[in-house]
Design a protein around this ligand. Sequence first.
Ligand code: CP
Length: 315
Amino acid sequence: LRHFLTIEGLQRQTLIDILDLAESFANIKAQAVKKVPLLRGKTVVNLFFENSTRTRTTFELAAKRLSADVLNINITTSAASKGESLLDMLHNLEAMHCDMFVVRHADSGAAHFIAQNVAPHISVINAGDGQHAHPTQAMLDTFTIRRHKGDFGDLRVAIVGDILHSRVARSQIHALTTLGVGEVRVIGPKTLLPMDHRSLGVHVFHDMESGLAGVDVVIMLRLQRERMEGGLLPSEHEFFQRYGLTEEKLSLAKPDAIVMHPGPINRGVEISSEVADGPRSVILEQVSNGIAIRMAVMAMALGRQPGAETGGETS
Ligand code: CP
């Protein structure tokens, strides 16, 4: 696992290894051990060409908890504004003996392009590329589901909203189907579903009433307006009426169903505050779990095998 660019094509066992290693990191933290020395002497560079709150900060925290040095490159104040190309920037960072680039970019395929062009000792982690993939988000989501629900095989999981523009949904679908989830549903209007949804191995619903019936997990997505063309823009009011998750619609799911959202949430558009802040919401748990998952992915990409994580330092 030198690079971590997409879930698509990964073996089930690889995903299980990531989940299990993340579990051990989450347990270490529960024992008040804040840092492990796994990546001591390694340098991780956060390269975020697109805005982020959760992903960038949890990658930074995860790297620090592994004892790595972390550089956060501010793209807007970097020499990119003086015309330096992306590859020249990367080669200069390589010359500073960096070991890992964590990349978010608005263009689909950007992380793959970077992975193809970096020195052989560098690992690249995709922190979200355009509409394509957000693999660590999918892993932290499946980690959260496993912690609440155990076995994947008996579960029904519904992903609701703007599937078409969502790199999160695409990665979640690959992760959930690879892990053997019983049934993966997508719910949304025809205009917000991808053309290839049938080949993704999901069941498609256009209304919440039938789509949410009997599900164990409800994953809400925001309308990704920054990736929409003008003609596709639905009215927020109309969208909330049809697809916004309220207590009433949530009552169609199983009584112990959990509610998830990758964030940022838009209250009153895809989810009501009552549900987002309610007892079945695990939205903030997802954020916390992102640290353990990103620790696991970074450790594995830099050649630290599962089981090598023992030996923490309290701090
Ligand atoms: N879920 C997610 O990717 O959030 P950020 O955009 O804040 O990183």
